[in-house]
Design a protein around this ligand. Structure first.
Ligand SMILES: Nc1ncnc2c1ncn2[C@@H]1O[C@H](COP(=O)(O)OP(=O)(O)OP(=O)(O)O)[C@@H](O)[C@H]1O
Ligand SMILES: [Zn+2]
Length: 529
């Protein structure tokens, strides 16, 4: 049986349509899902929407809609964007689904039976946008949330059910000690660890005066806290459509989740509350949580609540899915913050995809039509000496790219692939096959063209999880009918295509057509000052 890999994005709040921040996490998860599928893994890639809580109730009210109608509309907006961005998720988990309700009830019961839920008095400052209590010392001047700097927090004083988080402090510390990679990158691990070391307090898992949520199973006067139910959306997503919605069914094949990809805003929920809840319910913990940085505008987190976002629908409509996917994977080191600039966007795409990669393919294909009869030159890749500069770089790429993906170092994978494309251009310039052809050196010309075409193929293969449509187009130009979208052809599975020398000698090539048109920076969408 092929190995399994399960991964999630956060389930996004449906307080507004998705923005580029939500797209960023989802692109990264899709890239990784595609990488693992190409490696022959069975993948379950989960995304979805988190639809309960006060924030949603209020937004629906402001829009004059019922909460459910509001959620349906926004959830459809998320799905539409994922389609445009060519995101191939396996499950879209919505926390208002009846099946999710059944899972939440069963999970609550386990935690209840374990004695970890009790009634207490909750007092504190609450950020509705975060759906989280904040400590006074975290707040900005004027009692504003540090993440939602345009919102003031609200005072709450109510009788709520609490989860005994403090009971799990030592168990969490032990888990972090035994699994040094549980939270990545290390800076985030240290951040969450020092938060645990400062001492954990029980947190309330119910609300009064809130209708939009699941009732607390043991006390329907209270509504379950949105985060208690939201995190369980990951579990519900593991059910097969024909399964009864029970925990046993949900957990039987895909649990524990291999990887949660999240932004740093929700690190404490994933690195502390979630594992403690799972421990209380007697379930194994997810293998890893990878925390990426923020896309910022003028140094501040872009967010739906702040309203300083970039519209991903417009960006994709203008530049195409692969351009958007490539830019964010290449330009922002995964784990760090990154500012978006449209000028930079256009510059990078033109340099990397139009020039270094697209133009290299195009000029080489044209030469192959002139000098080798529109076919891959009749050269055996294996016969190219190992010291050949392109073969050397290519073999280095095939040995390292997998680790790059597995470590979520997407920018490094892009850089290394581009290094090979650039070397291909330099090699062509230096070897000048047009001159050598005129000098009658046909064998040398065949070898030069073969090596460049094979390098382009390898770059396309390595980058296929990031730019699937472009990679498919490149493969098409090289005479393959292999698809990187939809179900994966068996000859793509495993690492075979990542090796040097795969391009078949004498394979008929397609007519050269530019695969990526140079982008213009329209004045109307130029960066604001
Ligand atoms: N600016 C951003 N940069 C990177 N990722 C982001 C950004 N904003 C949101 N995300 C992604 O979305 C997740 C949070 O989802 P949420 O639905 O709360 O979006 P949000 O835009 O932050 O909403 P709000 O502004 O109302 O808090 C983050 O953990 C991250 O995965
Ligand atoms: Zn907040």
């Amino acid at each position: 049986m092929s190995p399994h890999f399960s991964l999630t994005t956060p389930l996004y709040y449906v307080n507004a349509l998705p923005h580029i921040g939500s797209a960023y996490t989802t692109i990264a998860a899709d890239v990784l899902a595609r990488f693992y599928r190409l490696q022959g893994y069975q993948v379950r890639f989960i995304t979805g929407t988190d639809e309960h809580g006060q924030k949603i109730e209020r937004t629906a009210q402001q829009r004059g809609l019922s909460p459910q109608a509001h959620c349906d509309e926004i959830a459809a907006g998320f799905q539409a964007l994922w389609q445009q961005l060519n995101i191939h998720y396996d499950r879209f988990s919505r926390t208002t689904s009846p099946r999710h309700h059944a899972i939440v009830n069963e999970f609550f019961q386990r935690v209840w039976d374990n004695g970890d839920i009790y009634l207490g008095q909750q007092q504190g400052w609450y950020c509705v946008e975060c759906e989280e209590f904040k400590e006074e010392r975290e707040l900005l001047e004027g009692r504003r949330c540090p993440i939602h700097v345009n919102r003031t927090v609200e005072w709450r004083d109510e009788r709520n059910y609490f989860f005994r988080l403090s009971k799990y402090q030592q168990a969490l510390l032990d888990h972090y000690a035994e699994h040094p990679d549980f939270v990545q990158p290390p800076s985030r691990r240290n951040e969450v660890l020092s938060f645990i070391e400062r001492g954990l307090q029980d947190f309330s898992i119910s609300r009064v005066n809130l209708a939009w949520g699941f009732p607390v199973p043991t006390d329907p006067e209270q509504t379950l806290y949105v985060w208690f139910d939201a995190l369980l959306g990951y579990v519900t997503a593991l059910l097969e459509p024909e399964d009864e919605p029970t925990l046993a069914n949900a957990l039987k094949t895909w649990w524990p989740i291999n990887l949660h990809i999240i932004g740093k805003d929700i690190l404490r929920f994933h690195g502390i509350s979630w594992p403690a809840m799972l421990m209380s319910a007697g379930l194994p913990l997810p293998e890893q949580i990878f925390v990426h940085g923020f896309l910022t505008k003028d140094g501040q987190k872009m967010g739906k609540s702040l309203g300083n976002t970039l519209d991903p629908f417009a960006l994709v409509a203008q530049y195409g899915a692969d351009a958007v996917r490539y830019y964010f994977m290449k330009e922002v080191e995964f784990g760090r913050d990154g500012d978006f600039s449209e000028t930079r966007f256009v510059t990078i795409l033109n340099a990397d995809l139009a020039n270094d990669l697209g133009n290299l393919l195009n000029r080489t294909l044209k030469m192959a039509w002139k000098y080798t009869d529109g076919k891959v030159p009749n050269v055996q890749g294996a016969a190219i000496p190992r010291e050949h500069p392109l073969r050397q770089l290519a073999e280095h790429l095939s040995q390292t790219y997998g680790q790059g993906y597995r470590q979520l170092a997407f920018h490094e994978v892009c850089q290394q692939a581009l290094t090979l494309a650039r070397a291909g251009n330099k090699f062509l310039d230096e070897e000048a096959p047009w001159k050598r052809y005129r000098a009658g050196e046909t064998a040398a010309v065949a070898e030069i063209l073969y090596c460049v075409l094979e390098s382009v193929r390898l770059v396309a293969y390595v980058l296929a999880p990031i730019i699937p449509q472009l990679s498919e187009a490149i493969y098409g130009q090289l005479g393959y009918s292999i698809r990187f979208n939809g179900s994966i052809a068996p000859d793509l599975l495993g690492d075979r295509q990542a090796q040097w020398g795969v391009l078949p000698a004498s394979q008929p090539l397609a007519n050269p057509e530019p695969i990526f048109q140079k982008l213009l920076l329209p004045a109307t969408v130029a960066d604001s000052p």
